[in-house]
Design a protein around this ligand. Structure first.
Ligand SMILES: [Zn+2]
Length: 340
């Protein structure tokens, strides 16, 4: 089982930013979607591909239709009459698209919402980030060998790209308490021939931290926390915990404390759940009332963060983006000073 894997430097930048948001905001919260990381309403969000062929691009565009059918947002794949799709390159200096898809890195991942065009994310110059020459969404090995439920994977990653977080990180859910984080008492670290942590000679099981530290994930604890721990932040809007969501990870049974677990998925992992669709409609509503609600939530978040009004449509976060950019730079300077 291989999980999603954003590069460590990218995670570090996102966490600095999120810590700041959490520390700055007064309170208030609540689908795990991000109100300040959403795209402007009615916006056409462009998608471009680094590699892969026309058929693969067409299939991916087709799989995302379930998403755009459920919300007031258009994904523009730049398809022309000849059946070819928009492309980006690692030499780009101007954004070819807001969502920059690749198939060449291992694993699946996506930046969340407008992080895809945030130049602070990936500022170190790695392969992933918010800059024109960086990937924002990766579907590893799709060009050679797609997973069985590849449509579900595409939808999961594109929901991230539109501002969705993982359902198991919904603080209204039971996953934090249901995940078996630590090894069973007395567990002797035991790996199979592939480097996967398995039960020891006495049948004691590894916990999540140990299991994910082995092959094929090799995750440090911080990565496990980033991907699995409950998220509680002022800009998050959470619906009821939804076990049918495509945003809920599918784990082996030993990840959970009870069987069956209240945190285990009940959907088919392919289609958007009704809850996913409700979340999309909250973020990208069609009705006047929905639009007013969305604006009120965003204003409340921005106010609690001490930032100015929401950015001008088309810009990236407006005053808030500026505020945290400054803060991230301050933190980096302070870190360098204390290290030096
Ligand atoms: Zn994910």
């Amino acid at each position: 089982m291989e999980l999603e894997s954003l590069p460590n430097d990218v995670i570090a930048q996102i966490e600095v930013r999120d810590r700041w948001r959490r520390a700055t905001a007064a309170s208030g919260l609540e689908f795990l979607i991000t109100d300040i990381g959403k795209w402007p309403l009615g916006k056409t969000v462009r998608v471009a591909f680094l590699d892969g062929d026309d058929q693969l691009h067409a299939d991916i565009a087709g799989a995302t239709k379930q998403i755009t059918d459920a919300c007031n947002l258009t994904l523009d794949f730049g398809q022309n009459g000849g059946g070819t799709f928009r492309r980006w390159t690692e030499a780009d200096t101007v954004l070819a698209a807001e969502i920059r898809v690749s198939f060449d890195l291992p694993g699946f991942f996506s930046l969340v919402g407008t992080d895809s065009t945030d130049s602070v994310i990936g500022a170190g110059g790695g392969p992933v980030g918010g800059n024109p020459d960086q990937r924002s969404l990766n579907l590893g090995q799709f060009a050679e060998d797609r997973p069985v439920k590849w449509e579900g994977t595409v939808r999961h990653e594109f929901l991230h790209a539109l501002g969705f977080h993982h359902s198991h990180q919904n603080m209204r859910g039971t996953c934090e308490g249901e995940f078996r984080w630590e090894d069973e008492a007395g567990y002797v670290p035991t790996q199979d021939g592939d480097g996967v942590f398995v039960a020891d000679a006495q049948g004691r099981l590894p916990g999540i931290y140990t299991f994910l530290a082995g092959e094929p994930n090799n995750w440090p604890r911080a990565m496990v926390d980033h991907n699995l721990r409950t998220v509680d932040a002022p800009d998050l809007v959470a619906g009821p915990f939804d076990t049918k969501s495509v945003m809920l990870y599918r784990f082996p049974a030993f990840f959970y404390k009870s069987t069956p677990s209240s945190c285990a998925p009940t959907g088919n992992g392919q289609n958007l759940s009704d809850g996913d669709k409700r979340g999309l409609d909250l973020l990208y509503p069609h009705t006047t009332e929905g639009v007013a609600d969305r604006q009120a939530r965003a204003d409340a978040v921005l106010q609690s963060l001490g930032a100015g009004p929401e950015g001008v449509p088309g810009s990236n976060g407006g005053g808030l983006a500026e505020a945290y950019r400054t803060r991230v730079e301050e933190l980096a300077t302070a870190q360098a000073a204390s290290a030096g």
